[in-house]
Write a protein that binds this ligand. Structure first.
Ligand SMILES: NC(=O)c1ccc[n+]([C@@H]2O[C@H](COP(=O)([O-])OP(=O)(O)OC[C@H]3O[C@@H](n4cnc5c(N)ncnc54)[C@H](OP(=O)(O)O)[C@@H]3O)[C@@H](O)[C@H]2O)c1
Length: 255
């Protein structure tokens, strides 16, 4: 039987692979036949992801993507000398911080933008280099529905996620010339550590309201992993510059 999402023979780097959506995506891609390059800061948690992967030939690379961001393209070239070239890049590393304007400082804004957005730009710049990219090539950015709506206290996070969608539209035009596709996935609230942290920051009734705003209930990490895999695989070979909303109906609900 033909599987149009088969990833056999493809190598994919996943940032944020030590937790949540990055981990679920790495597991799903390995089950589709891909070899994974797992990137994040915490080695123990990367190893936990590694232990859950199907198949062989996967790599663990520890890196703080929020520092020495300028050096990311050079670092990717070095990584690929060991791993071999990449067919895919998934940027799932990210942070959410409740930062109302009255407490938002430039340093907090920069810290958030560095990991959520600036590293995404430099990872993409690194990906397109000779010796790093292999054909067919596809990039997926983990944006959020927070980049499409307003959320009180989350303006910096929302801006970082909106910026990823704008970046993707423009880079799709440049990268099409190099046969590289780039798309975003914009999840609603998914049951991960990030969602638990957000739950802890909100009053109970506010979180309950948020949960009820999802007609299909909160998402599971696998729900997002499926969408990422679809965009990476040949199933999406005519899709670039787009954002796939995966939100259990949250936006349709208009809340
Ligand atoms: N969960 C949701 O409801 C939801 C909804 C919409 C969008 N998203 C987006 O989806 C992505 C993944 O979210 P998640 O729920 O999986 O979050 P998570 O469980 O908190 O995982 C975040 C990942 O990012 C990595 N990371 C954070 N800072 C890093 C840094 N400086 N350098 C390298 N890696 C770093 C973490 O690894 P280490 O700590 O090991 O470095 C971890 O693997 C994020 O971009 C988030 O904004 C999530």
């Amino acid at each position: 039987m033909i599987n149009p999402m088969d990833m056999t023979g493809r190598r994919v780097m996943v940032s944020g692979a030590s937790s949540g959506l990055g981990r679920a995506t790495a597991i799903q891609l390995s089950q589709l036949g891909a070899q994974l390059v797992l990137v994040a800061r915490n080695r123990d948690r990367l190893e936990q992801t590694h232990a859950q992967l199907a198949g062989e030939g996967h790599h663990i690379i520890e890196r703080d993507l929020g520092t020495e961001i300028d050096a990311i393209p050079k670092w990717m070239k070095q990584v690929c000398e060991t791993t071999g070239p990449l067919h895919g890049l998934v940027h799932s590393a990210g942070v959410v911080s409740m930062l109302p304007l009255r407490v938002l400082s430039l340093s907090k804004l920069n810290e958030l933008m560095d990991i959520n957005f600036n590293s995404a730009v430099m990872l993409t710049k690194g990906f397109r280099q000779r010796g790093v990219v292999a054909n067919p090539a596809s990039i997926v950015m983990l944006s959020s529905i927070a980049g499409l709506i307003g959320q009180r206290g989350l303006s910096a996070y929302c801006a970082s996620k909106g910026a990823l969608m704008a970046l993707t539209r423009s880079l799709a035009l440049e990268l099409a010339e190099e046969q590289i596709r780039i798309n975003c996935v914009a999840p609603g609230l998914v049951e991960t550590e990030m969602a638990s942290k957000h739950e802890g920051e909100l009053p109970d009734e506010k979180f309950a309201q948020l949960e009820q705003g999802h007609p299909l209930g909160l998402g599971k990490p696998e729900d997002v992993a499926n969408a990422v895999a679809f965009l990476l695989a040949e199933t999406a070979r005519w899709i670039t510059g787009s954002t796939l909303v995966v939100d259990g109906g949250y936006l349709a609900n208009g809340v």
